[in-house]
Design a protein around this ligand. Sequence first.
Ligand SMILES: Nc1ncnc2c1ncn2[C@@H]1O[C@H](COP(=O)(O)OP(=O)(O)OP(=O)(O)O)[C@@H](O)[C@H]1O
Length: 254
Amino acid sequence: MAGVTVRRGGQSLLREITWRVEHDQRWVVLGPNGAGKTTLLNLAAARSHPTSGSVTILGDRVGATDLAVLRARVGLSTVALADRLPADERVHDIVLTAAWSVVGRFREGYDAVDEDRACGLLAQLDVLDLADRPYGTLSEGERKRVQIARALMTDPELLLLDEPAAGLDLAGREQLVARLARLAADPLAPAMVLVTHHVEEIPPGFTHALLLRQGAVVAQGPLRATLTDDALSATFGLPLRLDLAGDRFTARAR
Ligand SMILES: Nc1ncnc2c1ncn2[C@@H]1O[C@H](COP(=O)(O)OP(=O)(O)OP(=O)(O)O)[C@@H](O)[C@H]1O
């Protein structure tokens, strides 16, 4: 993104964002409610256009390329997309239908290789035993894992996850963080961007951070250098103390 501004309804949702994600990087985007994180992710997923500035995704500039083709190269998991998943669909088909970028299995044809890939991803996220269950019967933590499997179905070159741990209990969060850490460590995994409100949810192996407040970048760069007491406090508008225990962060008010 180069000098990206997004204005909607007379408001600036993002202001002059310049940001580059390399293919081997894993970024966390942190910021308070309303900071513009989801707006940023939708731009990165070729789901929307900037008001000014340019967005180039996987070498293709948004506005000068077929967005449908580009979208297929980006795996996206957001609450808005999750809300569209049919409750009565088999978990296996929730993942499989991503191959056609649709929700709800209809008359699309799927190859055995697609079927196998869906099963493989469900296994990777430890939810293969739920493959035949209706999606609507899953717990929130199980759904989150299925959503990530779905986002990976097209073998994306860029994976964007919007608050994947929201609504999970402590064990669910920790299991998800561990899975994302494994994914981050996989050299074959796509470039990743994870949006969160909580430093506790940053998986080990994430390399960079972008801190956002009121649509503007507070700080960005390599994780440990960027995530400081001062930068985090400025981002959330509260004096915060950040601690690093092993490879995990915690934060509390000073
Ligand atoms: N179409 C729109 N018109 C006007 N304002 C909008 C529009 N879409 C989003 N906003 C506002 O833009 C701001 C940024 O929204 P966004 O969803 O990107 O924030 P966020 O950082 O993801 O927030 P949260 O952490 O609460 O999910 C919010 O104040 C929101 O109300």
